[in-house]
Design a protein around this ligand. Structure first.
Ligand code: FES
Length: 895
């Protein structure tokens, strides 16, 4: 027993295990789930609580430490007792998915209290804020707004207890720890499941004996999770799962499971896999049969040559033979206009702070409820139904809040298969939650790439033809496509784009925000920049010669050209240790949408609601829909209930490919307008209000005005539904392949951006410090400007991580990731985040329903390339690989 005070209440608590940590106690025994567990090693700060007013990582703190102390969790400041810091976070939208938010707020409260005691309302320097919050990580990259919120709170802008109307619909839930994520779900009788993972990257699983494990007290079920061929193709591949009364017992039981392996030679990593004597990862696969898919679209047919799989169809070629012949001739002739670069990109891990998690509960053998941290509740329910041979309507998938996804929580993933299988076997609900090592090692990563780009330019810098040959590393998965993306987004001249997957014994890659886009732009935009140097042209002038598009040539490049940082950049060779440079890169992204999406807007005596089977992964979908309905009725967004995150709602889009909001904004407005008109008609026909017309907040009629709440309390409940419908297709064949109600269509046109980055390069230590980022985005109508800005800033932060820090390191002999934690795998923190400016160009998509086409992918595409170009401008040396290693800078600049 220990005695302590938590949130002002004295507790006498039973401590079961000597090594129990505070976070386990809080989330388990006390059900205070506002405190989040993300890394388990004190590196991310998600579990930060205050002990005697000081911020501590509760995942590291043994419970004995809190004896006689005063512990404050996020629940200490509820909705009726908000701290100024919480109000500032809400007002500034200093959050996205919200999983890191409770930890940030506790660190911020400690800083606020300390600063105010010492400095009063003096404005803190940016560095002081960065230092105070350096122990907290936000993978969504909400840092710019966190800086702003922290400053405003400290200078006293939120000292008064005024009502905040936040731009984010669910902000109050997230700043008070009330938002419920999959990892927070719990049933009384639930079991905890853990995965048994293969020890070898390539082996036959001859036998698994779990009898000893099953005999342990508290162990309830074991299930094999093997492919038909009983092969493991990467180290850590799930081969079984065990369910027990708690996680400790389940993990102890794992050690008692005996596995007999027949170990085969392996080919881990692309270098080994492409060697002539490398063992084959797959054999007997034809043109159309493909392994797991690392892309967001359908995998094109491909031809196998041992571990190399070359895509046979390219939508993005144009006069490919002509382009190839021109490039080959230029090579033979050693033509001065030929520019060839070979670029490389390391694997980037998604690193969502909420790990992959699933809680499954069966009702009988036919009905299933699945709480899943997913970005596709509707499609997920369909895939689960297929996998477990159920009727789709008997499967309900729920994801009320999702703590980061970025493309890595699509499809039915291993934790879901394990939890559902074990729950079926045990006859009780089972939860499976990845630990940080599993999340980093196996859950999701952006494939690595090697891209050979060859550009043929005229003397004046104009582009005549190009070829791109790219090789993707998605482990055992296929479907990478950097060259395809170059062809799609690059200049419209003859081009050949060839895409090859190097299949190897590594875990499968997944789509990651702008799949293949950062790799493609790193290659294309590095080459464009280099071409400008060779032609002695300003990079903006060169791009105006390459692109006919008015948006790029005009609005976007004009904006970049007018930036003081661009106009004032230091030209010519710099000397000295610290050198500054400014780089520019374009970005673009296809316009994806789901034409089958359907939205219901309703009115009941309790108020308005909007309902659709999509989810909000921190991108702001909830807020956009709530605001859209509120605007139609002239009421506050808080008066509209937004029901997302359940699969039994009308069909909603996946939150991937920037398709979610643009697929449902238009139908939401249309359904709301239809409902409004019906209510006006009902006011006359049912309630006898003559000459009724809609007005802000209610109905105007001959005898006066009635508010919506009054009207809804009198009229019969009703709803209206509208669906997205189609746009003109980008490509008939592509449309045919994607013709499935759950898959997106490709509309005509691209969203476009320009990113400008200023860096300082320490040429002695090789460190690169971003000083500022400016990004202009042309994606049509911006539905929620504050949230959209935050999305763009988050994408920039992830792009900076891609350029400078993030690199999965795989041990090629064992096949395991060696930096599978948040200390050795560096994602950007608040101190790594420079000031940013975001500019929206909202024209160009007036004919599209809803007039906007999505921004989430575009946010990160092109950012890394702008950093590379800035380094080139500062030093004269061009980095060709991401992340840009300090050692490479020192070596490159010194040459
Ligand atoms: Fe910080 Fe998502 S809002 S991790």
């Amino acid at each position: 027993m220990i005695q302590t005070t938590i949130n002002g209440r004295d507790h006498e608590l039973h401590v079961e295990h000597g090594d129990e940590t505070l976070v386990e106690l809080l989330r388990g025994q006390l059900a205070l789930t506002g405190t989040k567990l993300a890394c388990g090693t004190g590196a991310c700060g998600a579990c930060t609580v205050l002990v005697d007013g000081r911020p501590v990582a509760s995942c590291l703190l043994p419970v004995q430490y809190i004896v006689g102390r005063n512990v404050q969790t996020i629940e200490n400041h509820g909705p009726d007792d908000l701290h100024p810091v919480q109000r500032a976070f809400m007002a500034n939208d200093a959050l996205q998915c919200g999983f890191c938010t409770p930890g940030f707020i506790n660190s911020a409260i400690a800083f606020y209290e300390g600063w105010r005691a010492e400095h009063g309302t003096a404005r803190p320097e940016r560095e002081a804020i960065a230092l105070a919050l350096a122990g907290n990580l936000c993978r969504c990259g909400a840092y710019p707004a966190i800086y702003e919120a922290m400053t405003q709170a400290i200078i006293g802008d939120f000292d008064e207890d005024t009502v905040i109307e936040p731009p984010r619909y669910e902000a109050l839930d997230k700043v008070t720890g009330q938002a419920s994520f999959t990892v927070d779900q719990r049933f009384e009788d639930q079991l905890e499941g853990v995965l048994l993972r293969a020890k070898y990257p390539h082996a036959k699983i001859v036998a698994i004996d779990a009898s000893e494990a099953l005999a342990m007290p508290g162990v309830v079920a074991f299930s094999e999770l093997l492919e038909n061929d009983r092969l493991s193709r990467f180290a850590g591949q799930p081969i079984g799962a065990i369910a027990a009364v708690n996680r400790r017992v389940a993990r102890a039981a794992l050690k008692r499971v005996k596995v007999v392996y027949d170990v085969y030679p392996s080919a881990v990593g692309p270098e080994r896999a492409r060697q002539a004597d490398a063992p084959e990862v797959y054999s007997g696969f034809g043109l159309f049969r493909s392994p797991p898919n690392a892309s967001e679209g359908t995998v094109m047919p491909g031809r196998w040559r041992r571990n190399l799989r070359r895509s046979l169809i390219s939508f993005t070629d144009k006069s490919a033979g002509k382009a190839r012949r021109a490039v080959n001739k230029a090579r033979r002739d050693k033509a001065p206009g030929l520019l060839e670069l070979k670029t490389n990109n390391s694997v980037q891990v998604h690193t969502a702070l909420e790990p992959h998690a699933c809680l499954a509960r069966w009702e009988g053998r036919e009905r299933l409820t699945v709480y899943l941290s997913t970005q596709m509740v509707h499609h997920g329910a369909r895939l689960i139904a297929e996998h477990f041979d159920l009727e789709e309507e008997n499967v309900k998938v729920i994801a009320e809040h999702v703590g980061g996804a970025f493309g890595g929580k699509q499809n039915v993933t291993d934790e879901a298969i394990a939890a559902i299988t074990l729950a079926q076997q045990a006859g009780r609900p089972v939860r499976v939650v990845y630990d940080r090592l599993e999340e980093m090692s196996y859950a999701a990563f952006r494939p690595g790439a090697e891209v050979q780009i060859s550009l043929l330019t005229g003397q004046d810098g104009t582009i005549q033809a190009y070829s791109v040959d790219s090789y993707g590393d998605a482990g055992i998965a296929v479907g990478t496509g950097a060259s395809t993306i170059v062809g799609l987004l690059g200049p419209d001249v003859p081009r050949q784009t060839v895409q090859t997957d190097i299949v190897n014994h590594g875990p499968p890659g997944k789509p990651f925000r702008g799949p293949d886009g950062p790799q493609a732009m790193w290659s294309l935009e590095s080459a464009a920049d280099e071409a400008a140097y060779r032609a002695s042209l300003d990079p903006i002038t060169l791009r105006r010669r390459w692109y006919a598009d008015d948006l790029i040539r005009g609005k976007l490049l004009d904006w970049a050209e007018a930036l003081p940082v661009w106009a004032g950049r230091e030209m010519g060779q710099q000397i000295g240790r610290f050198r500054r440079g400014v780089g520019l890169a374009q970005g673009a992204w296809p316009f994806l949408y789901n034409g089958d999406s359907e939205v219901m807007v309703g009115a009941t005596p309790d108020g308005f609601f909007v309902r659709v089977g999509t989810q909000d992964i921190g991108t702001g979908t909830r807020s956009v829909l709530g605001a859209a309905v509120a605007k139609v009725f002239g009421v506050a967004p808080a008066q509209v209930k937004v029901e997302l995150g359940v699969s039994d709602a009308p069909l909603g889009p996946t939150s991937g490919g920037s398709q979610a909001t643009n697929s449902i904004y238009g139908p939401t407005v249309a359904a709301a307008e239809q409902l409004r008109d019906e209510l006006v008609a009902a006011a006359e026909s049912e309630l006898g209000l003559a000459r009724a017309t809609a007005a802000a907040g209610g109905i105007q009629h001959r005898a006066g005005f009635e508010s919506w709440p009054w009207l809804l309390s009198q009229a019969a409940p009703r709803s209206a539904t509208d669906s997205r419908g189609s746009e003109p297709a980008f490509n008939f064949l592509a449309e045919l392949i994607l013709s499935d109600k759950h898959l997106p269509s490709i509309g005509r046109g691209l969203s476009k951006s320009i990113t400008v980055t200023e860096v300082e390069v320490d040429t002695r230590l090789g460190r690169i410090r971003p000083l500022g980022v400016w990004k202009a985005v042309a994606a049509g109508k911006i539905f929620a400007p504050v949230l959209a800005r935050s999305q763009i800033q988050g994408g920039i932060v992830q792009g900076l991580g891609y350029a400078l820090y993030e690199e999965r390191q795989l041990d090629f002999s064992s096949g395991f990731m060696v930096n599978a934690n948040l200390e050795d795998y560096h994602i950007p923190g608040i101190a790594d985040t420079p000031p940013m400016e975001v500019h929206f160009v909202e024209e160009g998509f007036e004919s599209v329903r809803g007039q906007g086409i999505g921004i989430a992918e575009l946010a990160t595409v092109g950012v890394a390339a702008s950093v590379g170009n800035a380094v080139r401008q500062a030093t004269g040396w061009r980095p060709l690989k991401t992340p840009i290693h300090p050692a490479d800078v020192v070596k490159g600049v010194g040459q």
